[in-house]
Design a protein around this ligand. Structure first.
Ligand code: SF4
Ligand code: SF4
Length: 539
């Protein structure tokens, strides 16, 4: 579909026709990508039932209203939620930063050139960091300011709120991975990611509208069952037993995984997705921590064996509940600190953002909160374990998870570690705090519903695949260089990267694989006499 010039007020346009539709010929070119799947048209069965009129894609599946009452309900709740976002008593967490970001944009568009989704999509207007922000500004002006109510479009208050505006905005809140690269570049310190995040919060907290994987199967299931994966405490204990057996099979040695060990220094919490999709990652942590003589434990307490905290993306209340349960579990065990495994969003949620809600005897002066990356480098630096880098003698590059690197400034430990254990390590460009998002930030890695994976692969992850292929451009031929490793020390990033490599066929074309940092560390441990990485296996 050819896309005409899109205006801000088109967000309120009636009808099922999408405002834009990604077009193969307009997508950002990626050298060496080769043939790729074409963009599938929106299935009619989705159009008939759900809101698909933003860009023909859908992450939430909002049923179209059937009556005028349902339409009015959407509009009323949306406007009331928007008003609450700017009320310091209703939304104290980020209200001030939101207000400043709302007021200080000078429309220079520096941010657009920083946004991977905008660039990868072929500069579709709708994915500009400013597009959703400007819609909200105009709505605010029209419905909540005297001049907007009086003079309307003459003062730029020209966006009508009807049910289409509301449902399209709900989806538009989920076309930004909240990577904050745009905020980093803005000369006015405007944070368009925060605006997108608060828009999502409005929908989640006020209307109960959010992708099922993030709210219902994410936060709600996490608090109800014990983990966002659905893993309950007996399932968790079975998983630990399985991992102990698997470690034995992999390295020919027994390693006991401590669980609920009272008085351990560290309570280690993994993203529970690791247990199900990449058990070799928590297994590698167990091997390293035992070999380094670290006092640590996992917990089998519900919520505390899953570091996931999707409240970070949508919901302040859910964020606070999950963070509190993590700290309470550490207190119960008498641990000194909680360490988050290789998961970016979980690290930021717990180590940084939870500062706003964990106070008093839950604060960090009682129980410290840390990323695992500095300790992993310390294990190498201190000589606690001997490593043989020649065992990792294949090309390795590093993806910087936005939440740990750009947002938290954890830049050096993972690079120092890779330089020490991977002789063919090379950076991708750009890197460190200037990295590009994997494309699955803000929970997109786990959204598999409707046709959202197509958007994630084409617009979300395209830039990361571009960077990766550039990093390996001289070694792509699998006959000459049979194995390449994209190191991504984050569970959500790995999920996105796995799906993107599969979508673009890069394992089949180039033997491009991916994994965490700890797997590479164990792979090069002198005391282990066989490879830990499975070179023939992509999963
Ligand atoms: S870079 Fe900042 S000031 Fe410029 S358009 Fe983007 S948000 Fe506005
Ligand atoms: S946060 Fe990232 S994805 Fe979202 S608008 Fe900014 S640069 Fe684009």
């Amino acid at each position: 579909m050819a896309n005409g010039r899109l205006r801000i007020k088109d967000i309120s346009r009636p009808g099922d026709d999408p405002l834009v539709f990604m077009n193969m010929s307009e997508l950002m070119p990626v050298p060496n990508l080769g043939e790729e799947p074409s963009i599938e048209p929106t299935p009619q069965k989705f159009i008939d039932k759900y809101e698909m009129s933003l860009d023909g894609h859908c992450s939430i599946g909002i049923p179209k209203p059937k009556t005028k009452e349902e339409e009015d309900h959407l509009v009323r709740r949306f406007l009331s939620g928007l008003e609450k976002l700017f009320n310091s008593e209703e939304s104290w967490t980020f209200q001030q930063a939101l207000r400043l970001s709302f007021d200080y944009c000078v429309k220079c568009q520096t941010c657009s050139e920083a946004c991977h989704a905008y660039l990868a999509s072929g500069r579709q207007e709708i994915y500009r960091p400013t597009y959703r922000a400007e819609i909200l500004r105009r709505i605010w002006k029209k419905y909540f300011t005297p001049e907007g109510k009086l003079l309307g479009r003459f003062v730029g208050a020209d966006v009508d709120v009807n049910w289409r505006t509301v449902t399209r905005l709900a989806e538009l809140g989920h076309r930004c991975t909240l990577c904050r690269r745009c905020a980093q570049r803005c000369p006015m310190a405007v944070d368009n990611a925060l605006i997108a995040r608060e828009l999502r919060k409005l929908f989640s907290q006020e209307l109960g509208i959010a992708p099922m994987e993030i709210l219902e199967k994410g936060c709600v299931q996490h608090l109800r069952v014990g983990s966002s994966t659905g893993l309950n405490p007996p399932g968790m204990l079975d998983t630990v037993a399985f991992m102990e057996e698997d470690i034995g099979d992999r390295i020919g040695k027994k390693v006991k995984i401590p669980i609920d060990k009272k008085g351990a220094d560290i309570l280690l919490i993994h993203n529970a997705g690791e247990f199900l999709s990449w058990p070799e990652n928590p297994e590698a942590f167990a091997i390293l921590f035992e070999a380094a003589g670290i006092s640590w434990t996992l917990s089998s307490e519900p919520v505390a064996y899953d570091a996931v905290n999707y409240g970070l993306w949508n919901d302040d209340v859910e964020l606070a509940r999950v963070a509190a349960r993590h700290t309470l579990a550490a207190k119960k065990l008498g641990c000194k600190k909680v360490m988050i495994g290789e998961c970016g969003h979980a690290t930021k949620a717990y180590v940084v953002i939870a500062d706003r809600v964990l106070t008093g005897d839950l604060s960090s002066s009682e129980i410290q909160r840390e990323s695992c990356l500095p300790l992993l480098w310390e294990i190498i630096r201190s000589g606690a374990i001997k490593f043989d880098p020649s065992r990792n003698n294949f090309p390795v590059t590093l993806h910087d998870p936005c939440n740990m690197v750009r947002a938290m400034g954890i830049v050096k430990p993972q690079r120092l570690a890779l330089k020490a254990i991977a002789p063919q390590f090379r950076e991708m460009t750009p890197n460190s705090v200037y990295n590009y998002c994997c494309g699955g930030g803000s929970g997109y890695a786990i959204i598999q519903s409707f046709n959202f994976p197509q958007w994630r692969n084409k617009a979300g992850a395209r830039m990361k695949m571009h960077q990766t292929l550039q990093a390996f451009k001289n070694e792509l031929d699998p006959n000459k260089v049979p194995f390449k490793y994209l190191c991504a020390p984050c569970s959500n990033c790995k999920g996105t990267i796995r799906d993107a490599i599969t979508h673009y066929g890069l394992w089949d074309k180039y033997n491009l694989n991916y994994g965490g940092l700890v797997e590479l560390m164990v792979n090069s441990m002198v005391d282990i006499d066989r490879p830990f990485i499975e070179y023939e296996d992509f999963h």
